[in-house]
Design a protein around this ligand. Structure first.
Ligand code: GLC
Length: 475
């Protein structure tokens, strides 16, 4: 079938978080299964988009209320990502370095959605399914159903995949005129909480809704920033599908970034070599267990607890542990993390920023990966960690609950219940105990490495959803 994925991010073209990893991998595996897959993202000013060759396949103007922006659609020439990548260039709105965080994000993403549909409308072929991702593409199913100019697209089934229910793309009805003319009898569909809520609109209008883990689907029925009752209403058309990981990109046996590649049989030696390299870079002690955190420094990730939890753990076990933090985000958290540096030199370090290669080395060289998330719709890092023989230390929430089972219950990780400094420190104490018992440690590492989180198996679940909504639309 011909599939379109429309998203704000796609690795390696534009990445902020896990959304990019999923949109960079799932389409690739769907392609391998024989589907025609196209991914559409905005043309940001990123390294990948600047350095690769694209050909222009369409150009026109996008109308956003009274504004008119020229836009063009460019296809990456070689399909090197394993699918067709299209970037939509909208002058003035997307030729910027960052993906999000601008005052005109609403104008940017509404224009992106309109430009994408204008282009799809003008194509000769009609896709079989359009898979939208997160609120940045939530208005698409609505516009396809009700905007006069997209009536030709009305019968294409749509899926909205929710990677995060926290961000909803909310804006006032004073911007209603941004949308292409539609049947006003349906204006109520746009409303949630007295505003236009892009995520809610997508949830209402998509033929099916998927979340990135089964447990997250259960959780959002009780807690989803005001959308609880809506999720309950659409339960029938919703499904939680656990993300996979790209096992070609995340494989310790072939990963080019590592100083030593390893498999289950060579894990001890392999991990130690990578750890030595990391400890060398960050002035840490390779003979001690290394706890790392990789990710956005945001409250939703529980990163606000890290400064205090690290300080307490280091004070209690100074001669026994290393802690390394890689990430950026909230400036207060960044500052608080850096303030610990002078006191714990030799045991603690940070890298404020993001560096994909460094992330690979940290997964390989660390013993434990901390994920104290408040909210984690799926979480990919715990799966990368398992694949690299690194033991995830997680709060039981969202997808973490689906993928990490405590070692005392026969699993491969360490789990706690509360988003609290106390719980993180208790888990660190348990991890240290496990670390002393090398036999158990290695057994758990090895069995973690063997878990299959590949996209190949997950892919089928998406295709099942697509088939179901295609059939439903036909009948
Ligand atoms: C978002 C979520 C994360 C999920 C990722 C990919 O970043 O916060 O939990 O793994 O999307 O779906």
């Amino acid at each position: 079938m011909e599939l379109f994925h429309i998203s704000a991010e796609c690795y390696p073209a534009a990445k902020v978080g896990g959304l990019a990893d999923v949109v960079g991998a799932l389409p690739k595996y769907q392609s391998t299964e024989g589907h025609d897959v196209r991914v559409v993202i905005p043309a940001y000013d990123t390294k990948f988009i600047n350095e690769n060759e694209f050909e222009c396949v369409h150009w026109s103007h996008v109308k956003l209320g009274n504004f008119n922006f020229p836009f063009s659609v460019h296809k990456e020439k070689t399909d090197k990502l394993g699918f067709e990548l299209y970037v939509i260039a909208i002058q003035e709105l997307f030729d910027r370095k960052e993906v999000y965080g601008y005052e005109d994000d609403i104008e940017r993403f509404v224009s992106f959605q309109i430009a994408t549909l204008d282009w799809i409308l003008g194509r000769r072929e009609i896709p079989d399914v359009i898979n939208c991702h997160d609120h940045h593409t939530g208005l698409i199913p609505f516009m396809m159903l009700y905007a006069h100019k997209y009536q030709k697209l009305k019968n294409i089934p749509t899926v909205l995949t929710i990677h995060s229910g926290l961000y909803q793309g909310i804006f006032g009805f004073n911007k209603l005129y941004y949308l292409p003319e539609f049947d006003l009898a349906h204006v109520g569909v746009l409303e949630w909480g007295n505003a236009i809520n892009s995520l809610a609109v997508g949830i209402k209008c998509a033929s099916a809704v998927t979340t990135v883990s089964p447990n997250y689907l259960n959780e959002i029925n009780h807690s989803s920033n005001g959308l609880e009752s809506l999720f309950n209403m659409v339960r029938q058309k919703s499904k939680g599908i656990l993300n996979g990981i790209d096992e070609k990109v995340w494989n310790p046996a072939t990963d080019k970034v590592l100083v030593s590649n390893y498999t289950i049989d060579t894990i001890e030696n392999g991990k130690q070599k990578n750890k030595e390299k990391l400890c060398d870079i960050f002035d840490l002690d390779p003979s001690k267990p290394l706890f790392s955190f990789i990710g956005r420094l945001l409250e939703e990730k529980g990163a606000d607890l890290l400064p205090q939890a690290s300080a307490l753990a280091l004070a209690e076990h100074l001669n026994e542990i290393n802690i390394l933090i890689l990430g950026s985000g909230n400036e207060t958290i960044e500052t608080e993390l850096n303030q610990l540096l002078p006191d714990y030199k030799g045991n603690y370090n940070t890298f404020i920023g993001y560096n994909e290669d460094l992330a690979h080395l940290i997964f390989a060289g660390s013993d434990f990966l901390l994920m104290p998330s408040r909210v984690e719709p799926c979480g990919l890092n715990q799966m990368y960690a398992l694949r690299y023989g690194t033991i995830p230390v997680v709060r039981r929430t969202g997808g973490l609950k689906d993928t990490v089972i405590d070692f005392e219950d026969g699993g491969n990780g360490i789990c706690h219940e509360q988003t609290s400094v106390t719980d993180i420190c208790t888990s660190i104490r348990r991890a240290l105990k496990m670390y002393e018992d090398k036999k158990t440690l290695n057994k758990i590492r090895k069995s973690g490495m063997q878990i299959d989180h590949s996209w190949s198996s997950v892919c089928k679940e998406y295709i099942e959803v697509y088939n179901l909504i295609i059939k439903r639309n036909e009948s």
